[in-house]
Write a protein that binds this ligand. Structure first.
Ligand SMILES: [Zn+2]
Length: 379
């Protein structure tokens, strides 16, 4: 009997030590694989920046972002006694597929870039200088196909003003924008060109089928408030898909996403969870810089227009319509339909023409910026 007890004890002890030995210190892993290690305590994320790839992990999430993809891990990274631990089997499989993860001193600065670029707009598009033209994707190749997505439609009116519906204003602007862009020689697709209902996920699917270079989702903003406040809140806003930094931006995404839950769309949700954001991040990284480039051009094009910026004019939030688009993408809130002055303005043909012309100008200058950037890379 005593032997049996000892036997069980030994087995448990062995199993425990085997478990313990399955965990490896992430900083040690970085050293062994000549990668630099970066820890971001606020987000509880860390990077192992190697020469050919930067692996991004988050404490408690069983995923790693690698080469623009989100890869599932056997075990989520954890913190114990001040050490960041990875599962050794995960480390083996990650570095087995990437033998060239050795790192040069320069890569630590590229890792630093990853962290700072999430905080501010980058000036150049995300392009891999070594990529062959045939591998070029939206964002790195010349800009040709523009996908216009007039929000809402059909049974979904979008936000309602005193005398108008969001769905009608954005469709009118979208059609005029198509005309303008075609004059400039762009190949233009519209997710809808009449008053029909299309699910949010389907809009991104269409854009991907058309292999678009830029996705522009058109909307009108609105607030639910007293008449006084409605008179105060106005202006346009350009949104990119990124973790929201303010409650206001979060609320706008919830309102725009509501249609999906309202009409029973599959996988519908009003907000993205932290794990969904993390899984998306690698892919977003691919298009983020171009989305910001276009946003900059939008701000320039709308300078001097009747509708002014609301605040800085730029924001980020989890818009479901942008989640599936595999290309640089923005959601443009043209103005506030809840503001009497802006509603009256946005419903006139003259205003719609001016707005369309300004967006078209931003598309043209964005195209030129991408072209110039490609030239500096010798493409
Ligand atoms: Zn909308």
């Amino acid at each position: 009997m005593r032997n049996l007890v000892w036997h069980i004890f030994l087995c448990v002890a062995l199993a425990a030590s085997a478990w313990a030995s399955n965990k490896v210190d992430a900083e040690q892993v970085a050293k062994e694989h000549k990668a630099s290690f970066h820890w971001f305590p606020v987000q509880k994320t860390f990077l192992l920046a190697g020469e050919s790839d930067t692996l991004k992990f988050a404490i408690g999430l069983p995923y790693v972002n690698s080469h623009g993809n989100s890869v599932e891990l056997k075990h989520a990274p954890e913190i114990a006694d001040g050490h960041i631990l990875l599962d050794s089997a995960d480390v083996v499989s990650l570095y087995k597929t990437d033998k060239t993860a050795a790192v040069s001193p320069a890569s630590s600065s590229s890792a630093a870039k990853v962290s700072s670029s999430s905080a501010k707009a980058a000036a150049v598009p995300a392009a891999t200088p070594t990529a062959k033209p045939k591998n070029e994707t939206a964002g790195t190749r010349e800009v040709k196909t523009i996908v216009i997505d007039p929000g809402h439609g059909g049974k979904d009116t979008g936000a309602q003003g005193k005398n108008s519906n969001e769905k009608d204003i954005v469709l009118a602007v979208g059609k005029l924008l198509k005309k303008e862009l075609e004059k400039e020689g762009f190949n233009v697709k519209m997710t809808r060109d009449k008053d029909v209902f299309i699910e949010l996920g389907e809009r991104a699917n269409l854009a991907n089928q058309w292999d678009g270079d830029l996705f522009i989702s058109l909307h009108c903003n609105a607030i639910d408030a007293t008449p006084e406040r409605k008179k105060q809140i106005k202006g346009y806003h350009v949104y990119v898909l990124r973790a929201p930094e303010s409650e206001e931006d979060k609320a706008i995404a919830r309102r725009e996403n509501k249609v999906a839950t309202l009409y029973g769309e599959k996988n519908a949700k009003e907000e993205l969870s932290p794990i969904e954001w993390f899984k998306l991040e690698a892919r977003l990284e691919k298009y983020k810089q171009n989305s910001y480039m276009f946003t900059e051009e939008m701000l320039k094009a709308f300078d001097g227009g009747k509708i002014k910026r609301q605040g800085g004019g730029v924001g980020g939030a989890g818009f479901m319509v942008l989640v599936g688009a595999l290309m640089p993408a923005v959601l443009f809130e043209i103005g506030f339909i809840s503001n009497p002055e802006e509603e009256a303005y946005m419903t006139t043909t003259k205003a719609q023409e001016d707005i369309a012309a300004r967006v078209a100008k931003a598309v043209s200058t964005y195209k030129a910026a991408v072209h110039n950037y490609r030239e500096t890379l010798g493409r």
